[in-house]
Design a protein around this ligand. Sequence first.
Ligand SMILES: NC(=O)c1ccc[n+]([C@@H]2O[C@H](COP(=O)([O-])OP(=O)(O)OC[C@H]3O[C@@H](n4cnc5c(N)ncnc54)[C@H](OP(=O)(O)O)[C@@H]3O)[C@@H](O)[C@H]2O)c1
Length: 253
Amino acid sequence: MRATAQRPVVIITGAGSGIGRATATLLARQEFDLVLVGRRRGALEDTATGCRDAGATVCLVDGDVAERATADRAVDSAQALGHLEALVNNAGIARFGPIEDLAPPDLEAMLDVHVRGPLHLVQAALELLRRHEGSVVNVTSVAGVIASPGRAAYGMTKAALNHLTKSLAAELAPAVRVNAIVPGPVDTPIYGTLGMDATELARFQGELVQRTPIGRFGRPEEIASWVGVLLGEQGRWVTGALLTVDGGRCALA
Ligand SMILES: NC(=O)c1ccc[n+]([C@@H]2O[C@H](COP(=O)([O-])OP(=O)(O)OC[C@H]3O[C@@H](n4cnc5c(N)ncnc54)[C@H](OP(=O)(O)O)[C@@H]3O)[C@@H](O)[C@H]2O)c1
């Protein structure tokens, strides 16, 4: 239980599914109030139901993180709820394939969601985060650390977010801490967006499991719990960290 009556507020992007939903549910139990951001309002509503059951006040912002206006709406909503203490830049999309097939709109979309979106949100939230000794967690990927065929553009944008994490940690300390969680393969709806048929997807996921020493996909809750650590009391002396949570995936690289 917190010492003060007022619950701090966290903004979570990509909160309508997967890792974002698990993070929202965990942080609601960790006594945060929540601003949930994503494009599908219905998905955000489903996440919000579980968070309200855990006692949180929840505000929904349906919008695209590529647009600065979405970041401004999220921060305005946070201010209306209470004091903004945390930001989780989790929204993501995956566009995999050979580099010769990479379509410019797919590259732009990944740069928007993985780089411009987090930048917009940090810029919009900075004054409030500074005021409340706030903390940012960026959800990146092992693809931003290790090279895999077909994932050059996705990995490049995640590597940019890893670098942004370290750069902002140096620039914003001591007022604001900035860290990243670097997940390996996690069982979420993102795999349904890769454009693979069932056979291709089963083969792809089987290969990922083979390259993961623990021998299975992670669960969204196994990522969310580390977001909770970085945002909580145990994370107070941690900034600029790229925390790999990957079932050992990077150990085999
Ligand atoms: N699952 C894995 O194996 C894995 C591994 C490493 C890293 N990650 C990263 O983990 C993060 C969460 O992904 P996930 O696996 O949980 O997949 P997911 O269930 O597909 O979640 C991604 C979320 O991002 C939101 N989103 C996408 N584009 C957006 C945009 N332009 N504006 C606002 N929201 C947007 C989506 O909601 P809307 O469609 O409603 O906007 C969705 O809820 C991503 O950054 C992903 O790259 C995942």
